[in-house]
Design a protein around this ligand. Structure first.
Ligand code: CMP
Length: 140
C-alpha cells in the first residue's frame, strides 16, 4: 500500500440537503484527509467535460443535467490506499445496492442522486484531481 490521492465530489443532492459536513466527518473518521476543497457550481459544459468518459452511455445527459443543477464540493482526499478506501466508504453506485453504513446507503436518493463521486483508479484520480486543482491548491 502507498499514500494515494483521490478526487471526491459531494454532489448537488448533498449540498441541497446541507449534509456536506456530515459526509466530511465520515471521510475524516475513516482516515481520509481533505487536502484540497472548493465549492463550485459546474456549468453544463464543465460537467460534460468531466464525465466525457461516459458520453456514449444512456445516462450521460441526465448525469450532466444533474451535476450542473446546483453547487457541488470538489475535494482531493489523501490516505494510504485512498482510492479503494473511498470507494468502500462511498458504497455501490446504486444506493439500493450499497452496503449498510456507507455514504450512499445512508444518504443516496437514486443512482443519479447518489451523493458522492470518487475516482475509480490511480490514472483517473490523477486526471480528475488535475481537472479541478492546481498543485499549489493542494496542501497535504
Ligand atoms: P459517479 O461515480 O459520479 O460516476 C458516474 C455517475 O453516473 C454515477 O456516479 C451515477 O451517479 C450515474 N449513473 C446513472 N446511471 C448509471 C448506471 N447505470 N451506471 C453507472 N452510473 C450511473
Amino acid at each position: 500500500m502507498s499514500i494515494e490521492r483521490t478526487l471526491s465530489i459531494l454532489k448537488p443532492d448533498a449540498t441541497a440537503r446541507n449534509i456536506t459536513g456530515k459526509i466530511n466527518a465520515i471521510f475524516e473518521e475513516n482516515g481520509l484527509r481533505i487536502i484540497a476543497q472548493r465549492r463550485v457550481f459546474l456549468t453544463r459544459a464543465e460537467a460534460e467535460r468531466f464525465y466525457i468518459i461516459h458520453k456514449d452511455r444512456p445516462f450521460y445527459t441526465d448525469l450532466c443535467t444533474f451535476m450542473s443543477s446546483g453547487p457541488v464540493v470538489v475535494q482531493a482526499l489523501e490516505s494510504e490506499n485512498a482510492i479503494a478506501k473511498n470507494r468502500t466508504i462511498m458504497g455501490a453506485t446504486n444506493p439500493r445496492e450499497a452496503a449498510a453504513g456507507t455514504i450512499r446507503a445512508l444518504f443516496g436518493l437514486s443512482i443519479d442522486q447518489n451523493t458522492v463521486h470518487g475516482s475509480d483508479s490511480a490514472e483517473t484520480a490523477a486526471q480528475e484531481i488535475a481537472f479541478f486543482f492546481r498543485e499549489t491548491e493542494i496542501v497535504g
